[in-house]
Ligand binder design. Structure first.
Ligand SMILES: Nc1ncnc2c1ncn2[C@@H]1O[C@H](COP(=O)(O)OP(=O)(O)OP(=O)(O)O)[C@@H](O)[C@H]1O
Ligand SMILES: [Mg+2]
Length: 252
């Protein structure tokens, strides 16, 4: 279980995560939604120990992340960051291999290699495995980073906008992969999504943030209501029922 207890993070006078208490780990797939600047990436940073809280506590399986050695945390928790800056002169295979580092410490076993191959196959990257990252399209590069996170093979997986740059087919395939990670590999995935229809279709639970606070936390059906979405995004969103599922219309 990932647990945040009364966690606050400030930058100067601005409180960007405001006394948040929330738990992740019961459901297979949780979508984290909310407007730009709501605090979603900062919340992930706090869990992944890239950001230190000003108040409160973050625990993973009962242990305070502040007291967990990085390598131990990386064996149970993987984070796909929203903005990945990495040496461009790295091949796809090298990047995915990095995902095994917490386990292998640089000495790859047969088991490590299996994870690397599985991740490359799942992300449809065989044809690009020896390409440098700066020789890929935006979507191919995004898939390479997701492959790295998959190869890390952790119980908890935090994905910050994994659908960035992806085309229609790959968006759906990534969400199907996320479901497989939860349902077949037993992982607990929390994923930031801006497309609320993807969130509603593929997740078990939706947590909505706004202004540093959790303002809604419920099933997709309960979140996909015009009044809830208006309160989260401060804009009008129409919701229709299509094939028995709520679908938000926000293209006009
Ligand atoms: N290092 C920083 N220094 C100062 N302010 C920061 C820093 N990082 C984030 N912020 C501010 O904190 C707030 C929350 O940012 P955060 O990146 O968590 O939002 P987000 O919900 O992930 O938004 P988006 O959907 O745009 O990715 C924003 O107002 C942002 O400007
Ligand atoms: Mg963000």
């Amino acid at each position: 279980m990932i647990a945040l207890e009364n966690v606050t993070k400030r930058y100067g006078a601005q409180t960007v995560v405001d006394d948040v208490s929330v738990r992740f780990g019961e459901e297979g797939v949780t979508a984290l939604i909310g407007p730009n600047g709501a605090g979603k990436s900062t919340l992930f940073g706090l869990v992944g120990r890239l950001v230190r809280p000003d108040a409160g506590r973050v625990t993973v399986d009962g242990t305070d992340v502040e007291r967990t050695p990085s390598n131990e945390l990386a064996k149970v928790l993987a984070v796909l960051r929203q903005d990945n800056h990495v040496a461009a002169r790295l091949t796809v295979h090298d990047l995915v291999e990095f995902g095994r580092f917490p386990h292998s410490r640089g000495r790859l076993t047969v088991h490590d290699r299996e994870h690397i191959e599985r991740a490359i196959t799942y992300l449809d990257l065989e044809a690009y495995r020896n390409r440098f990252l700066d020789e890929l399209s935006g979507g191919q590069r995004q898939r390479a980073f997701i492959a790295m996170v998959l190869a890390q093979d952790t119980e908890y997986v935090l994905l910050d906008e994994p659908l960035n740059n992806l085309d229609l087919r790959h968006m759906t395939e990534i969400m199907r992969l996320v479901r497989t990670m939860a349902d077949e590999l037993g992982k607990r995935v929390v994923t930031v999504l801006h497309d609320i229809n993807f969130a509603a279709t593929w997740s078990d639970r939706i947590v909505a943030m706004r202004d540093g606070r959790v303002v809604a936390d419920a099933s997709a059906r309960e979140i996909m209501r015009p009044e809830v979405l208006a309160a989260v995004y401060d804009t009008t969103v129409d919701v229709r029922e299509i094939d028995g599922r709520p679908v938000a219309l926000y293209y006009g």
